[in-house]
Design a protein around this ligand. Structure first.
Ligand SMILES: Cc1cc2nc3c(=O)[nH]c(=O)nc-3n(C[C@H](O)[C@H](O)[C@H](O)COP(=O)(O)OP(=O)(O)OC[C@H]3O[C@@H](n4cnc5c(N)ncnc54)[C@H](O)[C@@H]3O)c2cc1C
Ligand code: SF4
Length: 387
């Protein structure tokens, strides 16, 4: 594809497919920690209007997750009669038998959650990954002719699960820096390309490094830096993580002179099934909790049958589903995918079936499959979910 713009800004959100290719092509991750992720699964409920308290917010941490898994929930009341509930699970979990979807369903049965939903009806379902690597995982932001913005660059405040404000700020900072570069006769803070195609505009292919500098001097950098040690501190377990985060937030105020680092991708944190205990989840009751296919029907996902596959096994990794994922890890994609896209039918010796039409575009499979064997690309026309 030929891109003619003098500058192209990539704001594809978390795990953007073009952004990931750009990071690899321009080596933007050099010296940074790998990006890590969480999977957020969400439902929208309509409840009796008299029960609705618009503005009400409830956040929880942990339960029903095992104590070595990072994650928690949100519950928001919204006008006129809606409740939004969701559960996010850190994808650095080790046990391949864990199912983020089933953890979410179980969570709704807690008395402090069910009280909000009883008498209501679930009307929507969806899922989306979030960045969890934080400050340590933000890549270099610029490259010749473009830059990364928002969640494509990983600007998420991890403990708050908030990234709208930082995404908007990055767009504003990039716009200012690029406007200066493209309109000034003597642009500052740019790197000119070593060579340009013949006849190309004088300003084509500039690398606007001013955007990087301006972001580093903005409140976004300060905010992300101040919370950089929260998630990594949970590596030591739930209680030590909570204690450290409290200390960092209220005493050290994020100014501690050390930074916890992580050198492994989420898929490398999964342990072989033989080292883990299978998890049996309670059956859904059909009122508060639902089987996955019932919820999938509420997602609005829809793909034309004749479009090119948007989920592909990467070249050279064709053996991974059967030889690695199924045999060593007991097929974790059958449990973490919140749309039951991946199946290893019984009696077929680990032959993988990909039901791509079910996909709700959370991008989890491009992150958590062993060796990241899935290449995720944007489906035609959006297909009913975010890309
Ligand atoms: C469950 C959950 C709860 C959250 N709660 C909050 C919250 O309460 N407050 C908050 O501030 N943040 C919250 N966030 C985070 C917030 O959603 C993101 O930080 C924010 O949306 C990032 O904005 P963005 O513009 O970078 O990306 P996005 O909002 O993800 O937008 C990217 C857009 O680009 C499209 N796209 C992707 N690739 C392509 C392509 N190749 N071509 C064309 N289009 C493409 C996508 O479909 C999408 O519409 C939450 C996230 C999740 C998953
Ligand atoms: S196939 Fe991948 S992107 Fe689609 S819903 Fe499943 S895990 Fe998410």
């Amino acid at each position: 594809m030929e891109i003619l713009g003098k500058q192209t800004l990539f704001a594809e959100g978390v795990r953007g497919s073009c952004s990931e290719d750009l990071m690899a092509r321009f080596n933007l991750r050099e010296g940074k920690d790998p990006q890590t992720y969480g999977l957020g699964i969400k439902e929208v409920w309509r409840i009796p209007a008299e029960k609705c308290r618009p503005g009400y917010i409830q956040h929880t941490f942990g339960w029903p997750l095992p104590t070595d898994v990072y994650g928690g929930s949100f519950l928001y009341h919204m006008e006129p009669d809606l409740v939004l509930v969701g559960f996010a699970v850190g994808l650095d979990y080790a046990n391949p038998y864990l199912s983020p979807y089933q953890e979410f369903q179980q969570w709704k049965h807690h008395p402090l959650v069910r009280a909000h939903l009883e008498g209501g009806e679930c009307i929507q379902y969806g899922a989306r990954c979030i960045n969890e690597g934080g400050f340590q995982s933000v890549p270099k932001l610029t490259f010749p002719g473009g830059a990364l913005l928002g969640c494509s660059a990983g600007f998420l405040n991890v403990p708050k699960i908030k990234g709208t404000h930082t995404a908007m700020k990055s767009g504003m900072v990039a716009a200012d820096a690029i406007y200066q570069a493209l309109t000034s006769e003597t642009p500052m803070n740019v790197v000119r390309p070593a060579k340009k195609p013949e006849g190309a505009d004088e300003k084509a292919g500039l690398e606007v490094v001013g955007y990087q500098k301006d972001m580093e001097n903005s409140w976004v950098w300060e905010e992300l830096k101040s919370v950089r040690n929260y998630h990594p501190s949970f590596k030591a377990g739930l209680l030590p993580g909570i204690m450290y985060s409290g200390l960092s937030a209220f005493v050290l105020r994020g100014k501690e002179p050390w930074t916890f680092r992580n050198h492994k991708k989420d898929c490398e944190k999964t342990k072989p099934a033989a080292e883990c205990t299978p998890i049996t989840y309670p059956k859904p009751d059909g009122k508060l909790s639902f089987d996955l296919l019932t919820n999938l029907a509420r997602s609005g996902t829809n793909h034309e049958g004749d479009q090119p596959a948007h989920l592909r096994i990467k070249p050279g990794k064709e053996h991974v589903p059967t030889d690695v994922s199924y045999k060593i890890y007991a097929g974790p994609e059958g449990r973490f995918c919140p749309a039951r896209v991946y199946e290893y039918p019984e009696g077929e010796n680990g032959k993988l079936v990909i039901n791509a039409q079910n996909c709700v575009h959370c991008k989890c499979c491009s992150i958590k499959t062993p060796e990241e064997y899935i290449k995720w690309t944007v489906p035609e026309a959006g297909g009913g979910g975010p890309a």
